[in-house]
Design a protein. Structure first.
Length: 705
């Protein structure tokens, strides 16, 4: 059970902190800490300070002091819990401020949502699971504005860099268990350096490890520093070098520098001057602080004076071929083995198992969004287990295990997913069940009796057996007569050859891919491809008028793109188009072309379109058009017919192509409730870098008719 933003937080519940309740009479109880006294009984409490009533509570069944800051001997602030009892909802809280004259009590907050608290040097930060954040400091109780997680983290990091550690903590602390490692890393820095909170190396290590699980290079470096100095862990230079190497391999300049230093001095590793020189040369341009860069240059000069010209040339040549190690996500089912022996709600690389994008997409394709969201609210029966090549998970709804449950099996080789879901059908006043598999048709039926089919007791085979039993059986008329040569009736035709293809790109981490309507029009079956990997796709939404569509597919390693926000693109601005032209003739990797915007309108001044010079070919339809910040400004849609223009004008058009504006695409996604991200286009990248970004996102959409 998750009990607050981070494990180190104090969970606030309606239990007395210190001295036990003492009966003044049979019905009236008192509890006192310093000048504060809570007196009364269920639904009738008085909160007194120095004998004066400062608040009455006639709504709670329990009122108690749950925390004293910094301690009970010299308390500055007391946190009061107001518990409604009877499991109606979680307690709300208030803060008594003993530093004021006279002392005061804040309004109640976190009503029915519970809260965890983190004590800092000059404030207490509270947060609940709903995303609400409060802080109590010398100015009283402050409600932190609710913002998207990325914006909280951005503001927190900016505040840390500006030295506003109290503000940084308010924005970062409750997001340390999220998928963005920066929150955990900067909370680790504050604990490590004693900035805004008491210095605590073990707490710092805990935060750094959260960020390291998400392969954050700076966290690798900091873990190395703690090992090198014996802070919160035994001093171990070899272990420090292991973490420095992990940071260095991912391009962290400080990790490179410290690894080079230890290789130069032989600290925790065999002395290797050539390798040290290589790491210092790589580190110098990657270090932010001018003093650090100067230190790298001095070490380079020292080593070049110690090595031969041949050794120096060899060490420097290695820097030319060096590339950073890629961050590995969850591209295959084998990656999900990280949860074997763990609870599926445990986080690996910032995610619980059922939220891994590729698995989430498969489940939503098989069962639908509503059923998958309901599964996310269920309790899991135990740890993830492995049976031969299958990972197994099951669970049920608390208090309704006999009527609401699910089972899930994932093949670690094929990524075949088998799943069943049983739930109470209020209309039928009975149970309804659905079984489905990645390569099997969905089967649904109403249950007339209790059944144990939806379990993983026999691995995936129970679900397989139900699906196999549900396959259509031959009718007597299908059976060949004895006097006639046996001829097996042809099965319904299955598409085996692709009719056409286009391009698309994910707009979020749920596998929802934006493309053109004409790419998917009339298709019996849709598939999505990246390289040699082909997966089934499901049509989610269409807009025939604006020639847009969204399909959902669990495409391995396809990264989502953000739309351009803020100031719009202008004529003459550079653009990059990415897609899969002439599928079957050209390579199965994305093709990148560059050009510029020539007009903010299409044919007949149609303002839904951009006119561009980037070369477009058949198959590019649906692909992203990116600005030079790597943000999407359009969806490639068509090219002007050269033959038609020649007939009409006698001249051949040169690079007259069109894309649907991103504003039109965003309105379509908004109308369908499909999530996407947007970002400002401030940086100007090399077109090759933009093409690389687009290539990591572009997907071939295949149509079978």
């Amino acid at each position: 059970m998750r009990r607050g933003p981070v494990a180190q937080a104090a969970l606030l519940v309606g239990v007395a902190l210190c001295a036990s309740w003492q009966a003044a009479t049979k019905e009236v109880h008192t509890k006192q800490l310093g000048p504060v006294e809570i007196r009364g009984d269920s639904l009738d409490f008085e909160i007194r300070i120095d004998g004066k009533v400062v608040a009455r509570d006639t709504m709670s069944t329990f009122v108690s002091i749950v925390r004293a800051y910094p301690d009970e001997i010299n308390p500055r602030w007391l946190v009061i819990s107001h518990n409604p009892g009877a499991m109606i909802c979680e307690p709300s809280h208030s803060v008594i401020d003993l530093t004021r004259t006279p002392p005061t009590i804040s309004e109640e907050f976190a009503k029915c949502t519970g809260a965890a608290a983190l004590e800092a040097a000059d404030q207490i930060v509270f947060a609940n699971r709903a995303g609400d954040i409060w802080a109590y400091d010398a100015n009283g109780l402050v409600a932190v504005p609710r913002l998207p997680p990325d914006e909280h983290i951005r503001r927190g990091v900016d505040a840390y860099k500006a030295g506003s550690y109290s503000v940084a903590m308010r924005h970062l602390w409750s997001f340390t268990n999220g998928t963005n490692p920066e929150a955990a890393h900067y909370m680790g820095l504050m604990r490590h350096l004693g900035k805004g909170v008491p210095q605590d190396y073990k707490e710092a290590m805990s935060y750094y490890r959260q960020a390291a699980e998400l392969e954050y290079p700076q966290a690798y470096f900091r873990i190395g520093v703690l090992h090198a100095n014996g802070r919160g862990v035994p001093k171990d230079m070899a272990e420090a070098n292991r973490w420095y190497r992990k940071a260095a391999d991912r391009g962290d300049g400080l990790g490179m520098f410290n690894l080079g230093l230890n290789l130069m001095t032989g600290s925790g590793a065999a002395k290797d001057l050539k390798a040290a020189l290589t790491w210092f040369v790589l580190a110098e341009p990657r270090m932010v602080d001018a003093k650090d860069r100067e230190g790298a240059r001095k070490n380079i000069a020292f080593l070049e004076g110690k090595l031969t010209a041949e050794d120096v040339a060899e060490a420097r040549s290695k820097t030319l071929a060096w590339t950073p190690a890629e961050t590995k996500g969850f591209d295959t089912a084998a990656d999900l083995r990280a949860w074997v022996g763990k609870h599926p709600f445990d986080r690996v690389k910032g995610l619980p198992m059922l939220k891994v994008p590729a698995l989430d997409v498969r489940l939503r394709t098989l069962l639908g969004d509503e059923a998958v969201d309901e599964i996310g609210r269920m309790g899991i029966s135990g740890k993830v287990s492995e049976s031969k090549d299958w990972l197994l998970v099951d669970g049920c709804m608390p208090h309704s295990c006999d009527t609401d449950r699910f089972a899930l099996a994932i093949n670690t080789h094929s990524y075949d997913v088998l799943v069943c879901r049983v739930q109470w059908d209020s209309e039928r006043k009975g149970q309804a069940a659905v079984w489905a598999g990645t390569n099997r048709p969905k089967y649904e039926r109403a249950l007339t009796r209790d059944t144990d089919d939806c379990t993983v007791n026999r691995g995936p085979y129970t679900i397989m057996a139900v699906l196999d039993a549900a396959k259509p059986r031959p009718t007597p008329s299908d059976t060949p007569r004895p006097q006639v040569a046996a001829v097996t009736p042809p099965s319904p035709p299955r598409p085996t050859e692709r009719s056409s293809s286009g391009s698309g790109f994910p707009v979020n981490g749920k596998g929802e891919i934006l493309t053109n309507h004409h790419v998917i029009e009339g298709c019996r079956t849709l598939k999505a491809r990246r390289g040699e990997r082909i997966v089934d796709a499901e049509l989610v939404a269409t807009d025939e008028k604006n020639d847009l569509a969204v399909v959902r597919a669990a495409v391995p390693s396809a990264q989502s793109l953000k739309f351009r926000d803020g100031k719009g693109i202008r004529p003459a601005d550079g653009v990059v188009a990415v897609g899969y032209p002439y599928a079957g003739l050209l390579a199965t990797t994305p093709q990148v072309t560059t050009g510029s915007v020539t007009s903010l309108a299409g044919i007949a001044d149609d303002t839904r379109f951009l006119q561009i010079t980037a070369p477009i070919q058949p198959g590019n339809s649906g692909g992203p058009l990116l600005d030079l910040s790597g943000n999407t400004v359009g969806v490639v849609v068509s090219t002007l017919s050269a033959l038609a223009v020649v007939k009409a004008t006698g001249s051949i058009p040169q690079n007259v192509n069109f894309a649907i504006k991103s504003s039109v695409a965003r309105e379509f996604l908004d109308s369908k409730g499909i999530e996407y991200e947007a970002a400002g286009s401030m940086a100007k990248l090399d077109p090759a870098d933009v093409g690389e970004t687009g290539s990591k996102a572009a997907v071939m959409v295949e149509c079978y008719k």
